[in-house]
Design a binder for this molecule. Structure first.
Ligand code: B12
Length: 215
């Protein structure tokens, strides 16, 4: 990355950490064409990660985190079109994606949905705080190939496990591949609860789904 790109990248991280919506949006506009959509998302995500650390240490409070979250969401919306152009098209399979019940965090989940859509998947994003029954209905109705479950809290990770158990109970487990993600989720946890795959971020999630569906 050259010096100009590195400065733009750092400005994006800082604008999120400063919880400044206008600055984040103008920095995204300034970065377009110089940083790739993926680099922009990575910088914004790095900023959100720092916000999380400051929140944990009591240096930022919930209202700040909410503003930073809005900044990130509106910034990603600005580059959705660029993302679509930078990726290949074509219908490659049907994915149901959502954040499990009890968990309202949806920024990362929505980025994964957007990137999968841009990579040519038909994505039914069922939202956040989604009851298990809703996931199962969406899988059945859409004849989904992949079910993506997001969880950002250690408590809601247990619900990812419950969704898989319910799929088994209802005799639906063989019909759909389940992928899990979210900051506290790990490959070891994914293996333990019997998911078919885990990824650390949205671009790896696209590669994971390609691999699972043989694309
Ligand atoms: C933003 C944020 C919020 C926002 C959410 C806004 C929104 N619309 O999402 C608001 C302010 C609403 C919020 C609320 C709360 N939050 Co909060 N929040 C965060 C924060 C700072 C950032 C999360 C984020 O958006 N990251 C950026 C995105 C891009 O990253 P990501 O989500 O990890 O997603 C990437 C990957 O994980 C992956 N991925 C994500 N999902 C999936 C799914 C699949 C299938 C795959 C393959 C991959 C994948 O790809 C994504 C893109 O690369 C985190 C800190 C952190 N370190 O995570 C705390 C954090 C998650 N929150 C926390 C808490 C405690 C709360 C509250 C309970 C606070 C409160 N006292 O009310 C409430 C939750 C209420 C509820 N019932 O859900 C804790 C959770 C602690 C725990 N027990 O595990 C954290 C860790 C903060 C902390 N350190 O204490 N929060």
């Amino acid at each position: 990355m050259n010096a100009q790109a590195e400065t733009l990248r750092k400005n994006l991280v800082d604008a999120i950490v400063e919880c400044d919506i206008d600055k984040t949006k103008s920095n995204v506009e300034a970065s377009r064409g110089i940083l790739s959509p993926q680099e922009i998302i990575d910088a914004l995500s790095e900023g959100m990660h720092e916000v999380g650390i400051k929140f944990e240490r009591g240096k930022l409070f919930l209202p700040h985190v909410m503003v930073a979250a809005n900044a990130m969401t509106s910034a990603v919306a600005l580059i959705e079109g660029d993302l679509a152009e930078s990726m290949t098209g074509g219908s490659r399979g049907h994915v149901v994606m959502g954040t499990v019940e009890g968990d309202v965090h949806d920024i990362g989940k929505s980025i994964v949905s957007t990137m999968l859509q841009c990579a040519g998947y038909d994505v039914n994003d069922v939202g956040r705080d989604v009851p298990t029954a809703t996931f199962l209905e969406a899988v059945k109705e859409g004849n989904a190939d992949v079910l993506g479950l997001s969880a950002l809290m250690t408590t809601s990770m247990q619900t990812q496990k419950e969704v898989i158990e319910t799929l088994i109970e209802k005799g639906m487990r063989k019909d759909v591949q389940v992928i899990v993600g979210g900051a506290p989720v790990t490959q070891a946890f994914s293996d333990k609860i019997g998911a078919d795959g885990y990824s650390e971020n949205a671009s790896e999630a696209v590669k994971l789904v390609h691999r699972l569906l043989g694309n």
